[in-house]
Design a protein around this ligand. Structure first.
Ligand code: ADP
Ligand code: MG
Length: 664
């Protein structure tokens, strides 16, 4: 297949701009779908507002006047007679069109109307007349130096030159069954729709394709896994394992013990473990994971624990070190900010087997990481990792057992779709001594009360989390931002308490430093976006204040609330919002994450379950699990049927699989 640089018009500069926004192949380019469409009406000039974008056709009335400026810039002015009157047209850098724009020529102009001057500043001009009464113009995400218009030009050129070579992931029989157009046609239409109906039709087709490809991968892995009895057979020394458990500084809950038993049984059995460990936030999944890693270690295999953020990975690492104090187990921490030298040491240790356990972020699945005998892979907050990322682990010959951990309770129907027949362990019981977190819904006008409540806690030497949905001010939103909260809090609490900010756009080093200071109580009020959502453990923090709480799903709020109530003191959570009180009141009543998830599910659909955009495979280019659930179910059914009807070693399957994994 040709490369991006082979597309006419894409030079080195545009190539690097495209790369910058994640477009690396022709397939990436032609599936860079518009994020919206502007519908340009061919309106009566009199009805168009000042500054509005329009498309209009007419005949050239005056010989264009050309002005040339410095630096090769030029501008052309002429008058246009349209069905709704005469209008001036002004266009930059189209001097080459002058000879064609003879008086009487039919032209189509797209641009913005300046009402007072009665002039359209055109950004596009074509010969001809409009056939439709509207034009649907795609608008693309782009970057500085690369306009939506450039994007459209590149995409159309790529389609013209290589459109036929773009992989169609829908097998012929399904394309026929649903009367879908071929891939090239679909792409042509999505990027240049002539009518809304056609656009809708191909959108469904492209969504189906994307979901088919996704479910195909999942189903393939599942079917393969069932067929092969190629897991590790272990014989775990229970005495040694009990000794490890005995050293844990608290009594395990029954659910924790049960989960450990189920995992140990899986580890000993010859088929590979494929298990989901579900448990409400704070239910104590980590120690279950550590026990599994230790059992795996006892049998001589390496374990890897992947966490979605560096903060979380580091926290797990420090905890595990504590649990393993005095043992000979060698544990490493591998994240994006591990120094190059250290990284190389760790790679070496993992390859030769001197490192027994490794905890880290995505860094664990980089190409350079080769494991000696990886027997167990655990992913924390599994929904943030993609299927192919998990398939990326490079291992010497062994197929490791896999455990996924999630604090997001997944409603059953939904779980069945995504995880199929994965085994599930559930921790429902809470560790002893946990108290219910008092939750209050407050209005913005009650802020003084909230500040008083905060002050009471600060006086008791406790710490506070404050959450806001945004980092910086944005033009079209009046949501609370972390920056303005910092100013507000400073004003309220003066210099008595240290206040700081963390958010997702900070460099991870800076973020970690502040988290560390919060952990050590050098910072008393931590203002944050939802980056604290997963896993952080600061027992001295007793209050959680969430601004614009209506912006979040209940499951997210529940996760956030789970950051407090981790110590022995009574804790509270304050939700500030002027709307959506009905839904938020559920939080006052309920403290069971599963019940909350079901309620949220009923009210909001699947949207919140997979968290934010970081969710790996869950971010599709065109489909959305929330809105396209029906298409997903169909794609699931079809892809499974397809796989079962074909020999898994056939070229068709292999071809689809290879393309899905490299491009998906
Ligand atoms: P999560 O399931 O949300 O990942 P963690 O594993 O982080 O929860 O556990 C939350 C906190 O509870 C940790 O500080 C952990 O040490 C503690 N913990 C876990 N299990 C128990 C238990 N059985 N008894 C008391 N504390 C526990
Ligand atoms: Mg956790």
């Amino acid at each position: 297949m040709a490369e991006l640089k082979d597309v006419k018009g894409i030079g080195p500069k545009s190539l690097s701009l495209l790369n910058k926004i994640g477009i690396n192949t022709i397939e990436d380019l032609v599936t860079h779908y518009p994020f919206r469409y502007d519908v340009l009406k061919r309106d009566n000039l009199a009805e168009i507002e000042d500054g509005e974008k329009i498309i209009i056709d007419g005949k050239v009335e005056s010989v264009p006047i050309l002005m040339r400026f410095k630096a090769g810039l030029n501008k052309m002015n002429f008058r246009l007679v349209t069905a709704s009157g005469v209008v001036g047209v002004s266009i930059f850098n189209r001097a080459f069109l002058k000879s064609k724009l003879l008086v009487g020529t039919d032209v189509i102009v797209i641009g913005k109307l300046d009402k007072s001057k009665n002039v359209i500043t055109a950004n596009d001009l074509k010969m001809g007349t409009l056939t439709n009464s509207v034009k649907i113009e795609p608008v693309y995400h782009c970057t500085s130096g690369l306009t939506s218009k450039n994007m459209s030009t590149y995409i159309n050129m790529a389609l013209l030159m290589y459109g036929r070579d773009v992989m169609d992931y829908i097998p012929d029989e399904y394309r026929d069954r649903y009367n879908f157009v071929n891939k090239k046609t679909a792409l042509n239409i999505i990027h240049n729709p002539s009518t809304a109906e056609k656009l809708k039709e191909v959108t469904i087709r492209l969504k189906y394709e994307e979901l088919f490809q996704f479910m195909f991968k999942i189903n393939y892995l599942k079917i393969q896994n069932k067929k092969e009895k190629n897991g590790l057979v272990r014989n775990i020394d229970r005495d040694k394992l009990d000794k490890f458990i005995g050293k844990i500084p608290f009594e395990l809950t029954n659910d924790q013990k049960l989960a450990i038993d189920e995992i140990i049984t899986d580890l000993e059995a010859p088929s590979r473990m494929n298990r989901l460990l579900q448990g409400d936030v704070g239910s104590g999944k980590t120690v279950v994971a550590f026990t599994a890693m230790y059992a795996n270690y006892l049998c001589g295999y390496q374990s890897a624990l992947m966490a979605p953020t560096e903060i979380l990975a580091t926290q797990h690492y420090l905890n595990l070190e504590k649990f393993l104090k005095g043992s000979r187990v060698k544990v490493a921490l591998l994240t994006g900010s591990t120094s190059k030298k250290e990284k190389n040491e760790i790679y070496k240790g993992l390859m030769t087997g001197t490192i027994n356990m490794v905890i880290g972020t995505h860094a664990l699945i980089q190409d350079e990481v080769i494991y000696n005998n990886l027997g167990l892979v655990i992913t924390d907050e599994q929904h943030r990792f993609g299927v192919h990322q998990r398939a990326n682990l490079k291992n010497k010959g062994i197929k490791p057992d896999v455990l996924y951990m999630s604090a997001t309770p997944i409603p059953r129907t939904y779980a069945l779709t995504i995880f199929g027949d994965m085994d599930v362990s559930t921790i429902k019981e809470r560790p002893k001594g946990r108290q219910k977190i008092d939750t209050f819904v407050k209005k913005n006008s009650e802020i003084t009360d909230v500040l008083k409540m905060m002050y009471e806690e600060l006086k008791k030497k406790h710490q506070i989390y404050v959450i806001a949905p945004l980092i910086e001010e944005s033009e079209n939103s009046d949501l609370t931002t972390v920056n303005e909260l910092k100013d507000q809090m400073k004003l309220a609490f003066k210099d008595k308490y240290k206040i700081d900010i963390v958010h997702g756009k900070m460099a991870s080093g800076a973020k970690d430093l502040i988290m560390e200071q919060f952990k050590n109580n050098e910072v008393q009020i931590l203002i944050s976006t939802t980056v604290v959502e997963v896993g952080v453990d600061v027992p001295n923090a007793t209050t959680m204040v969430i601004f614009d709480a209506d912006r979040f799903g209940l499951s997210t709020l529940h996760q956030l609330r789970g950051r407090v109530g981790r110590g022995t003191s009574k804790s509270q959570c304050i939700l500030i919002s002027d709307s959506d009180a009905e839904r938020l009141k559920i939080m006052e009543r309920e403290d069971d994450g599963f019940v909350i998830a079901e309620e949220d599910f009923k009210l909001r659909g699947h949207g919140d379950l997979f968290g934010t955009k970081q969710s790996g495979d869950m971010t599709f280019k065109i489909a959305s699990i929330k809105n396209d659930y029906k298409i997903l179910l169909q794609a699931k059914k079809d892809s499974k049927e397809y796989l079962l009807n074909k020999d898994s070693d056939s070229d068709e399957i292999k071809n689809l699989l290879i393309n899905s994994i490299t491009n998906g």
